[in-house]
Design a protein around this ligand. Structure first.
Ligand code: SME
Length: 152
């Protein structure tokens, strides 16, 4: 996808997310529709949320194939984004030590932590079946999308 087209899609997506969350206060309902919006807009392999519950990441609303249900602190890309409290962009999952392969089709990944105040409350995880799908522009837009959702 050309860069301008991607920017335009994200711009519209952010607008839709803001409109959607302003009308609904339930976290799960919002996560479900945000996962669907992102997934349908870009046609990624897997798009979903994990929530921090009792010291683990537990699978939340998602679109795509069946996924691992629980991920420990510091484990895989998701647990690492939680531990490091920052977005991780992984161009080739096979080169990420400890990557958790929920699906053998996944080639690249981005994980964005979701902050509730100072605490990481969960992560947004997106997988692509192509190498190097995500870059700093995806990071910027997806961080804005999760912030819009948390600060509704
Ligand atoms: N690959 C992730 C696990 C979650 S699935 O991709 C949906 C990881 O390494 O944390």
């Amino acid at each position: 996808m050309e860069n301008g087209e991607k920017e335009e899609k994200y711009r519209l997506l952010l607008k839709q997310v803001k409109a959607m969350v302003s009308d609904e206060s339930d976290t799960i309902a919002n996560m479900a529709n945000i996962a669907s919006l992102i997934h349908e807009t870009f046609g990624f392999w897997w798009t979903g949320f994990y929530r921090v519950m009792d010291g683990q990441l537990v699978l939340g609303p998602f679109q795509g194939p069946v996924a691992c249900t629980r991920i420990g602190f510091g484990k895989g890309v998701c647990g690492s984004a939680w531990k490091e409290r920052k977005t991780l962009v992984v161009p080739d999952v096979e080169k990420f030590p400890g990557h958790i392969a929920c699906s053998s089709e996944s080639r690249s990944e981005i994980v964005v932590p979701i902050f509730d105040g100072d605490e990481v409350a969960g992560v947004l995880d997106i997988d692509s079946e192509h190498l190097a799908t995500f870059d700093s522009s995806d990071r910027k837009w997806l961080e804005e999308i999760v912030a819009a959702f948390m600060n509704r």
